[in-house]
Design a protein around this ligand. Structure first.
Ligand SMILES: Cc1cc2nc3c(=O)[nH]c(=O)nc-3n(C[C@H](O)[C@H](O)[C@H](O)COP(=O)(O)OP(=O)(O)OC[C@H]3O[C@@H](n4cnc5c(N)ncnc54)[C@H](O)[C@@H]3O)c2cc1C
Length: 538
């Protein structure tokens, strides 16, 4: 289903209201009397609806300390049909508790934002006319070292970014790692609750597979831990998308030792350099490689040796070991690539983290603390899973589609190893043994306007159609963290049967259990969004 753009909701009340709320909450205390509250509400009443006023009053009376609020900070590259009426920036867990209680009491929806990288921007905007507020967790990003039996663990508040997490690990335990995504500005709140994979997925599994405990605020406004929320809810938030169930405050994560020296390569090949034959060989073996060796394929347009640009494939690898051991593995598994010492970059784990975070020349790890995503191009993505290797003719067709676009980008990530050892129903993330590769089709464009967008989106739908015969079927699976509203959205009544269309693509058979957990913990569907899990009552 294509995403529709409803008319924008009148936003005239927002600036004045948030300004007044801000001054209200920063200049008053919880000992406010009834008379001062009535003064406040009468000063707001010219601009705000009674629902908004009641919410503000509730917040004022419920929260032990003021909750900062500002105007929305939206991702400019994404369309934003309906804006929030407030953006709250909690500083404490109490603030989150108070917000849930008051929003529920006054029929306001909540969108929780951690890193703000949702592909459909669901953490900031809504396609529904129902008024909502955004809870931006950026101030809740403390990271503390903990221990779990003999393993190192960390409590990481949900507003932290992956970069902040990696910075903390490198600071406290230099030769250790957490298996999660590459982009340092992605937030741990959304990323981990949707699965989360990166270069260590074959060695240690998903980010969600490495969660030991969590603190949440549930739909009743209670702070719960793993023990008090129960195993069903704890299961659901590790891959099922926590936004359907609760607000995650903090994750307890298992941190793993990695070698001091690792080896990286980026080998580029064009069509003339037998790229298709090499990708074909790679896709026969990459999911079966030793789990210390991760090789993925990137397809994009890069500057060509002869001038101009050419579609180029990059074999990008992280090996947890030194060059000589990697050379042995490459000779055994992939001699056709002719990997040699001149391709290899041996480096410390610290340098490798910086390299894959996009800071290959950085000398200080402090660059990982930059929370701002600088990519403001138009953007569209879709995903697939391969359950068997692609034949050469399919790869040739993929290459031809790439040739048609200015900024096409396809990433093919191998699974296998640890991620495939975990049973399909152990977490809601079902893409385990048998899901050999995740494919992500990404398109970025510079121009603005609906026509420009349509032209580029048609390309990605065409490519998606081309790939149909080669990828998983019944369902044609997709990865929740690469959220795709084309797959379907909750209708007005948000029923389970309707939602199965997209829900089973993300979760396969786990969708039913997710819907039953939803009925157990949030039967009134307070935590609703366009792709939230609907409640299924027994
Ligand atoms: C540039 C870029 C690179 C990426 N790289 C990778 C990658 O390498 N591997 C990978 O697996 N994915 C990757 N992703 C996808 C990414 O994992 C998802 O977009 C993820 O959901 C982003 O989390 P966030 O907290 O930044 O986003 P947000 O937009 O803040 O949140 C995403 C969703 O989670 C919900 N949510 C956020 N925080 C909470 C919380 N505390 N409690 C409950 N619900 C919450 C939101 O409401 C929303 O529904 C990438 C995305 C981008 C834009």
């Amino acid at each position: 289903m294509r995403r529709k753009s409803p008319p924008p909701r009148p936003a005239a009340t927002l600036p004045s209201l948030t300004l007044i709320l801000f001054s209200l909450l920063t200049t008053t205390t919880t000992t406010t009397t009834t008379s001062s509250l009535s003064t406040i509400t009468s000063s707001l009443s010219t601009n705000a609806s009674s629902q908004q006023l009641q919410f503000l009053k509730c917040l004022f009376l419920t929260s032990p300390t003021p909750i900062p609020t500002t105007n929305p900070l939206l991702t400019p590259s994404l369309s934003s049909p309906y804006q929030p009426i407030f953006v709250l920036h909690p500083n404490t867990f109490d603030h989150v508790e108070a917000t849930v209680k008051c929003a529920k009491a006054h029929h306001l929806q909540i969108r929780t934002r951690s890193g703000g990288h949702d592909y459909a921007n669901l953490s900031s905007v809504s396609l529904s006319v129902k008024p909502f507020l955004v809870l931006d967790l950026a101030n809740l990003r403390a990271i503390t070292v903990a221990h779990d039996r003999t393993n190192l663990a960390m409590w990481v508040q949900a507003g932290a970014t992956l970069g902040e997490l990696y910075h903390a690990i490198l600071t406290h335990a230099p030769n250790h790692a957490f298996p999660a995504g590459l982009c340092p500005t992605v937030g741990v709140g959304g990323h981990i609750s949707g699965g989360g994979f990166g270069l260590l997925v074959r060695k240690f599994g998903l980010a969600a597979d490495n969660v030991l405990d969590a603190l949440i605020v549930d739909s009743k406004g209670r702070i719960l831990s793993r023990e008090t929320m129960g195993e069903d809810l704890f299961w659901a938030i590790r891959g099922g998308g926590a936004a359907s169930f609760c607000i995650v405050l903090s994750w307890k994560l298992m941190i793993h030792p990695v070698p001091e020296i690792v080896t990286i390569f980026n080998i580029h090949k064009t069509h003339d350099e037998r790229a298709i034959a090499l990708i074909h060989k790679w896709n026969l073996i990459a999911y079966k490689l030793p789990r210390n060796l991760f090789i993925r394929v990137l397809l994009q347009r890069l500057p060509a040796k002869k001038g101009g640009t050419a579609i180029t494939t990059t074999f990008q690898s992280l090996y947890l070991g030194n060059y000589s051991k990697l050379k042995g593995a490459m000779n055994q598994w992939f001699p056709e690539l002719r990997f040699s010492q001149s391709d290899a970059m041996e480096m410390s784990w610290r340098q490798a983290v910086l390299f894959f975070s996009g800071y290959k020349n950085a000398t200080s790890i402090d660059v990982l603390l930059d929370r701002v995503n600088k990519d403001h191009l138009g953007f569209k993505a879709k995903s697939d899973y391969l359950t068997r290797p692609m034949p050469k003719r399919g790869l040739q067709g993929l290459w031809e589609w790439m040739e048609k676009e200015e900024k096409p980008f396809v990433i093919i990530d191998p699974y296998g190893g640890k991620v495939a050892e975990i049973a399909e129903d152990e977490t809601p993330f079902p893409h385990r043994a048998g899901s050999l590769y995740n494919i992500q089709y990404i398109l970025k464009w510079e121009g603005e306007g609906a026509e420009e967008k349509k032209k580029h989106e048609e390309w990605i739908w065409g490519l998606y159609n081309h790939m149909e015969r080669y990828v998983s079927k019944k369902p044609r699976a997709a990865y929740l963290n690469y959220r795709d509203l084309d797959l379907g959205i909750n209708g007005r009544f948000g029923g389970y049967e309707e939602a199965r269309v997209w829900g089973e693509k993300y979760f396969k058979g786990n969708f039913r259990r997710l819907a039953m957990v939803k009925a157990e913990v949030d039967s009134g569907d307070f935590f609703w969004n366009e792709q939230s899990i609907p409640p299924l009552r027994p």
